[in-house]
Design a protein around this ligand. Structure first.
Ligand SMILES: Nc1ccn([C@@H]2O[C@H](COP(=O)(O)O)[C@@H](O)[C@H]2O)c(=O)n1
Ligand code: CDI
Length: 379
C-alpha cells in the first residue's frame, strides 16, 4: 500500500466565485466537480484512503453520490485540515484543494516519489515575470510559486498544526518546526479554480450535460377552520385553511418535493421536519426560497413547473395568474414556465367531500450551464 491518505479540502465558501452555484458543484458532464476530482485521484490507485472535507449540508447530499470518508470542515482551511487529520492513520498525508481540479498524475507521481527527501514535499512553479518587492526589483530566480497538493509526514504535520498560529499551507507549518522542505516541479495544470474565468484555464472540466432531470411531488392536507388558506403563496378567500405544522400551503409543499425529487435531494420533511418548532406556522414561501437556494448552490437551474390542484372548492381560476407570478418571483423563472391546473374530484373521495386538498407537481431541472454563463461575459 502507498501508506498515503489523500485529503481533499472543499469546505470553502467560494466567496470569490460570485455565482449561486458553489464551484465544487459545477457539473462537468454528468458529475459535480468535487466527484470528478475525487474519482480522478481514486483512479490513480495511489492512496489507501480518500477523505473529503465539506460543509455538513453538502456532505448529506454528497453521500447520495459516493461513499468516500466525508468530514465536516471548520471555519478556516487549517481548521478543516485538522478535522481531517484526526481521521488519518497512514504515515503520509497528501492535502489537495478540490478547486485544483486538473492536476496531472505525473505531478502526483513526482511528489510521491520524493516522499523520503524531507518532512514535506512541495510542488512549485518558476516565476516568469519581473518581480518587485514594493518599489525594489528582486531576483525572480530566488522566488518560487508554491502549489498544492503537498505531501507531509502525518506525525510531523499534526505536530506543526498543534498551535494557535494560522498557516496558509502545510509547508509553512512544517517549516515553522525547523523541518526541511523538498521542492519538486509542479504544473500549470494544477491551477486553482477561484473565479468563473478560471474555468477557461482548466481543460479537464467538460461542459455540463444537457440532460433534463424530472421530479414529482404530491401533498395532501385536510381543511381546518380558523386558519387562512394559502396556495402557491397566495391568500385565498375561504372560510378555512389547512391543518398543518406550517401555514399548510399544500401546493408549495408538493412543488418543493418535485424540485427535491429532480435534484435527488430527498423530500421536504428531511429538510424541514414537521417535528421542529422552528417550522411551526412557517411561511411555506420561505421554505421554497430555501429550497431554490439549495438546488441552485448544488449546480441546478430550474426548467419548468406544472402542477394540478385537486380541490372541490374554492374556485381557483381567479387566482391562477397571481399564483404563477408569485411562484415565478421565488423560482427566478418566467411565469410562462409555470403552469397551474385545478380540478374537482367530481364529489368523489375526501376531496369530493370537501375534507381536504391534494396537489400533484412536476419540476424539470437542468445542470447550471456555466459555459454559456462565461461565453456571455465580457472578460
Ligand atoms: N411514512 C412516512 C410519512 C412521512 N414521512 C416524512 O414526514 C414528512 C411529512 O410527511 P406528511 O405525510 O406529513 O407530508 C415527509 O416529507 C417525510 O419526510 C416519513 O418519513 N415516513
Ligand atoms: C411543511 C412541513 C414543515 O414542517 O410540515 P407541514 O406543514 O405539516 O407539511 P407536510 O407536507 O405535512 O410536511 C412537510 C414539512 O416539511
Amino acid at each position: 500500500m502507498s501508506q498515503t491518505t489523500l485529503v481533499l479540502l472543499g469546505a470553502g465558501s467560494s466567496s470569490r466565485f460570485k455565482s449561486r452555484v458553489k464551484k465544487q458543484w459545477l457539473y462537468s458532464g454528468e458529475v459535480p466537480l468535487w466527484l470528478q476530482v475525487a474519482q480522478h485521484f481514486e483512479g490513480m490507485g495511489l492512496f489507501e484512503k480518500i477523505i473529503i472535507v465539506s460543509s455538513s449540508q453538502e456532505i448529506h447530499y454528497m453521500k447520495h453520490f459516493a461513499d468516500y470518508t466525508f468530514i465536516e470542515g471548520g471555519d478556516s482551511r487549517q481548521a478543516s485540515l485538522s478535522n481531517a487529520l484526526s481521521h488519518v492513520n497512514s504515515s503520509y498525508v497528501m492535502v489537495s484543494d478540490i478547486a485544483r481540479c486538473c492536476i496531472p498524475e505525473t505531478m502526483i507521481q513526482r511528489i510521491l516519489h520524493a516522499k523520503n527527501e524531507a518532512a514535506c514535499i512541495v510542488p512549485t512553479l518558476p516565476v516568469t515575470d519581473t518581480l518587485y518587492m514594493e518599489n525594489t526589483p528582486i531576483d525572480r530566480e530566488k522566488v518560487k510559486i508554491i502549489q498544492t497538493p503537498q505531501l507531509s509526514r502525518t506525525k510531523t504535520l499534526k505536530q506543526a498544526l498543534d498551535t494557535e498560529i494560522l498557516f496558509t499551507d502545510e509547508s509553512s507549518a512544517i517549516a515553522s518546526l525547523g523541518q526541511q522542505i523538498h521542492f519538486v516541479e509542479g504544473s500549470p495544470l494544477a491551477h486553482k479554480l477561484t473565479t468563473l474565468d478560471d474555468l477557461l484555464k482548466l481543460p479537464c472540466i467538460q461542459a455540463p450535460s444537457s440532460r433534463t432531470l424530472t421530479g414529482y411531488g404530491i401533498d395532501i392536507h385536510p381543511f381546518e377552520t380558523g386558519k387562512e388558506m394559502k396556495l402557491c403563496g397566495v391568500t385565498i378567500d375561504a372560510e378555512y385553511g389547512f391543518k398543518a405544522h406550517s401555514d399548510g400551503d399544500v401546493a408549495i409543499h408538493a412543488l418543493i418535493d418535485a424540485l427535491l425529487g429532480a435534484a435527488g435531494m430527498g423530500d421536504i420533511g428531511e429538510l424541514y421536519p414537521d417535528t421542529e418548532p422552528v417550522f411551526a406556522g412557517a411561511d411555506s414561501t420561505k421554505l421554497l426560497e430555501d429550497t431554490v437556494e439549495r438546488i441552485s448552490s448544488f449546480g441546478f437551474e430550474i426548467g419548468n413547473i406544472d402542477m394540478t390542484i385537486m380541490a372541490e372548492a374554492p374556485k381557483l381560476l381567479p387566482y391562477k395568474a397571481i399564483m404563477r407570478t408569485t411562484l415565478a418571483s421565488i423560482l427566478g423563472i418566467p411565469s410562462n414556465r409555470i403552469n397551474i391546473k385545478a380540478t374537482t374530484a367530481e364529489k368523489l373521495g375526501f376531496v369530493g367531500r370537501k375534507e381536504g386538498v391534494t396537489v400533484h407537481a412536476v419540476a424539470n431541472l437542468n445542470y447550471f450551464n456555466w459555459k454559456k454563463s462565461i461565453n456571455g461575459r465580457k472578460t
